[in-house]
Structure formats: structure tokens, C-alpha cells
Design a binder for this molecule. Structure first.
Ligand code: PHB
Ligand code: FE
Length: 327
């Protein structure tokens, strides 16, 4: 084991494939030309390296997100907002019944740094884990450079709203060309006439034009904030690289095109629903599910999050419901 820039990260020197091997508690991680290999005291698991890096990229960029980030039906993380569980088989009925599941909890900074260094070391110069498969080359083969700029992209997170002076800027041809699949999206912006003195308070922008210029997929970014209410739109193509286990209700508003969702029980993985969302459809995903979306044509989805830190405890105590609304 060599030390790295961060003393909590345990990593080897480059192995025969040119990649460093990482360990975190009892978990071991290594990659070869095609696969990520993960081991723990009671078992081991293999994922295709493209799937693994796409999932790892989201877990890093979203700082472990809300609730559970399943890389697949075996491996994943649970965010406890201060510490993070890394698990194998914990939310898989077969592993649970065979008592082969394994979970360890880490202070968030430790797992964050290990994951970030692994993502950077294992992502070759040809691969962008946030890009749609049609817009990146592959991750395959022995170590071949890095793509640090791509894997450390700044996450868009407005403090108030995109377009407000001093906040996240709107996108232009110079920084964000219109995506090939959104060539038909109108690019005109609203006219905003502000009374003197209110220039910092009044703003407007075209969300469709903004999203048509997104160069990443399956990456909700915060475009407006009202207390704990976050509008997190995203553009979707191919498959959501994680299976998200909610720890709160979230609303989906399909802004364009179509996404198919598999919705399963959060804890066992048993199937609960298939949801087909077309432009204009609105759905609420309950707090006790996991879900994964599929989108052929690049589509626009608005994810509406309640960012209150109190929600997981309120739901666990039965003081807030798992579902969004009573009719
Ligand atoms: C979700 O888990 O709700 C989610 C995550 C990423 C997306 C869309 C939805 O791009
Ligand atoms: Fe979700």
C-alpha cells in the first residue's frame, strides 16, 4: 500500500493493468480491462467497468445523494448525511436470506476521498462517465491516461435561480452548444423588464433552452431553490447508471419525450411498478422504492426534491408518510 494525497485513502501502486487497487475497511476494489472486481469478507462481485464508473461518477458528484445509490442489485451506498454505509447484498433478498450480505459504515470524508481517487485513477482519457454512450468512447483496456476535467466537473447548484445576477449563468454557444438531440428546441429567452432597484431580485430564463445545452446525462442540477424546495432538472439518454433507493418522496415532471421507469421495493428489490412517462406526465415516487429509468431519445426530466434534512427521521418515526399525497 502506498500513501496518496489523502492519508485516509489506502491504495496500491499500479498493478499489471496499470490501475491502483483500493481498500476501504474490509472492502477491496480492483479493475482490469473490462471489469471492476469488488471483494468483502463474505464474498466478491464483478461489474462491467463502464457501469461501475458511471455509477461511481454519480455517487462522487452527488456526494452520496439522497438515501441509497445501488450500483447494481448487489453493491451500493446509503447516505446517512455525515457517514455513509458501503454494502454488498444488503438490499438483495437472496444475499440476505443466505446471510452473505455485508455492510460497513465510514465517515463521509473517508469514503468520499477513496471513491474520488478511484474514479480518477480508473477513468481513462477516452471515457466520460457523464456522457451518453453515443457521445463518449469506451473505458476499456489497460490504463491509458486520465480524464480528470470530466470526472471533477463542477456540479450546477444555483443558490436562488439560474440567471439571477451572481448566481449560475445561463448557457450560450460559447460554453454549451445545443445537443444534437435538442436541435429543434427554441432558443429565445424571456424579456424581463425590471423596475430600478429590483435588478438583483427579478430574473427569468428558458429552462428548455438551458437543458437543450446540457452536455451530461442523468445528472440533476439545482436550477432554483425556495427554502427546501429544489428544482433539479436533468437530461436523460440511455439508462440511469444507478438504481436509486429513495429516503423521501420525490416528484418527476416529464418535460419532453419519454422515460420508462422500473420501480421496485427499496429493501428487497421485488418489482412494484413499471411507469411510462411522456411529455407532460407527472409522477410522485414514494419514499420506500428504488427506481431506474430508460430513455432512448434524449429527454428532459424535472426532478423536484424536498431537501429537508429532517425527512428521513420523520419518515422512520412514522411522522411523515412514505407517499406524497392523500386524495
Ligand atoms: C432519481 O433517482 O430520482 C434520479 C436520479 C438521476 C436522474 C433522474 C432521477 O437523472
Ligand atoms: Fe430517485
Amino acid at each position: 500500500m502506498t500513501t496518496t494525497s489523502d492519508p485516509t485513502v489506502r491504495a496500491s501502486d499500479p498493478d499489471a493493468y496499470g490501475y491502483r487497487q483500493f481498500s476501504l475497511g474490509g472492502f477491496g476494489f480492483r479493475r482490469d480491462e473490462y471489469f471492476a472486481h469488488i471483494s468483502w469478507p463474505t464474498g466478491s462481485h464483478v461489474l462491467s467497468i463502464d457501469d461501475f464508473l458511471r455509477a461511481l461518477q454519480r455517487d462522487c458528484a452527488w456526494d452520496f445523494f439522497y438515501g441509497t445509490v445501488n450500483f447494481d442489485d448487489v453493491i451500493g451506498t446509503v447516505n446517512h448525511y455525515g457517514n455513509v454505509d458501503l454494502f454488498a447484498g444488503r438490499y438483495n433478498d437472496s444475499y440476505r436470506k443466505a446471510e452473505l450480505d455485508h455492510t460497513e459504515s465510514f465517515p463521509t470524508p473517508d469514503i468520499r476521498e477513496t471513491f474520488r481517487e478511484m474514479l480518477d485513477d480508473w477513468t481513462n482519457m477516452t471515457f466520460d462517465p457523464f456522457a451518453s454512450p453515443a457521445e463518449t468512447e469506451g473505458p476499456w483496456g489497460v490504463k491509458n491516461g486520465n480524464n480528470t476535467d470530466a470526472v471533477t466537473r463542477r456540479r450546477v447548484a444555483a443558490e436562488r435561480m439560474v440567471g439571477v445576477p451572481g448566481d449560475e449563468p445561463i448557457r450560450t454557444d460559447a460554453t454549451h452548444p445545443v445537443n444534437r438531440m435538442f436541435a429543434d428546441v427554441a432558443q429565445d429567452e424571456p424579456e424581463v423588464h425590471t423596475n430600478p432597484g429590483f435588478e438583483a431580485e427579478v430574473a427569468g430564463f428558458s429552462l428548455f433552452a438551458y437543458l437543450s445545452r446540457s452536455n451530461v446525462t442523468w445528472n440533476p442540477s439545482v436550477v432554483s431553490v425556495c427554502k427546501d424546495s429544489l428544482f433539479c432538472p436533468t437530461t436523460e439518454e440511455y439508462i440511469l447508471p444507478i438504481i436509486h433507493g429513495n429516503d423521501r418522496v420525490e416528484w418527476f415532471i416529464q418535460l419532453s419525450d419519454e422515460i420508462r421507469w422500473n420501480v421496485d421495493d427499496r429493501d428487497t428489490g421485488a418489482q412494484r411498478a413499471k411507469v411510462i412517462m411522456r411529455a407532460g406526465d407527472v409522477a410522485a415516487m414514494p419514499a420506500d422504492i428504488r427506481h431506474q429509468g430508460f430513455s432512448t431519445k434524449r429527454s428532459m426530466l424535472l426532478v423536484w426534491e424536498n431537501n429537508s434534512p429532517d425527512l428521513p427521521a420523520l419518515i422512520a418515526a412514522g411522522r411523515a408518510p412514505q407517499y406524497p399525497v392523500d386524495f
